[in-house]
Design a binder for this molecule. Structure first.
Ligand SMILES: [Zn+2]
Length: 294
């Protein structure tokens, strides 16, 4: 089962997030028929999304992570909720590239190193937060390090990775975020750096340990106080009602055309591939929600 672990380093102002997102990433990548390099990229973003969902305070809030790069993947999107659900989308799932110099899947090249990373937090009644930064390397971990520093003024180390099976499915996907709180001093920074240096591959370590609690022990020994371990799962919250509300944001003319020419419309959810058929009555409902405004 996928899990998110949140902990604090004993006697240091350092917060730790560890995630196993293997099953969710596997399901999301299978839905989108992604090639290995895209699976690696999307799984990394799913891991970041799952960890950042643990930073949301209100249980009703959610966040959207969007990476638009100049690489062939074009756009990667992950939505995570404070309840621990994740879903994802990629605009081009069918990218194949030679391995990089280290003999690994070339996520940086597939995503691109020119582009924008955007984080949107929807926090219920509180005003939504949007932050965006330029991409550093397209490797996703580095890009979020920069995001936390630049956009949230929180020095963080972000390590994410995935192992892809020979049959192209996701075997293991996981990650770690270490964040320094404002009271951190030089020795805390050194501590965090040393921990990060020890990790050559977070996905291989997770694969060997099997779950986040054992992974935490292998990385931090007895230095970590575990605050909580909670489940993470793939779930799409699409519904016919949501799509009707979506249609209601179109112009009256566009909705009228769908009614008169097609007498309904078919929509596929881009996160879970579920198909919805909206009838004339559904489109009339959308018009009603829309009201008379132009
Ligand atoms: Zn859906």
């Amino acid at each position: 089962m996928d899990q998110l672990l949140i902990g604090l380093i004993k006697d240091r102002p350092i917060r730790v997030y560890l995630v196993n997102s293997s099953a969710s990433s596997k399901e999301i990548c299978a839905l989108h028929h992604t090639t290995p390099v895209v699976s690696d990229a999307l799984s990394r973003l799913v891991s970041v999304g799952a960890m950042m969902s643990g930073m949301l305070k209100d249980k009703k809030s959610s966040l959207t992570l969007k990476i638009m790069g100049n690489g062939p993947i074009e756009q990667l999107l992950v939505v995570a909720t404070a309840k621990g659900t994740v879903r994802g989308f990629v605009s081009n799932p069918n990218v194949s590239l030679p391995l990089n110099k280290k003999g690994q899947l070339d996520v940086g090249k597939a995503v691109g190193d020119l582009g924008v990373l955007t984080v949107i937090k929807e926090m219920g009644l509180v005003r939504d937060f949007t932050g965006d930064v330029i991409l550093m390397s397209g490797e996703i971990g580095d890009d979020f390090c920069y995001y936390f520093m630049k956009s949230e003024q929180t020095p963080s180390s972000v390590v994410v990775g995935a192992i892809i099976n020979r049959d192209q499915s996701v075997k293991t996907s996981g990650g770690m975020i270490i964040q320094l709180m404002p009271s951190a001093e030089e020795e805390d920074i050194v501590y965090a750096e040393n921990v990060t240096k020890k990790i050559t591959s977070i996905s291989k370590m997770l694969d060997a340990e099997g779950d986040v609690t054992k992974l935490a022990t292998s990385i931090f020994g007895s230095d970590l106080d575990i605050l909580e371990v909670s489940p993470i799962k793939f779930q799409c919250d699409c519904s016919k009602e949501r799509f009707i509300r979506g249609i209601a944001t179109l112009t009256r003319k566009e909705i009228a055309e769908m009614l008169e020419e097609d007498h309904g419309c078919d929509i596929k959810c881009e996160f879970c591939n579920r198909n919805y058929h909206l009838t004339e009555a559904d489109l009339m409902e959308a018009l009603k929600i829309r009201g008379m405004k132009n």
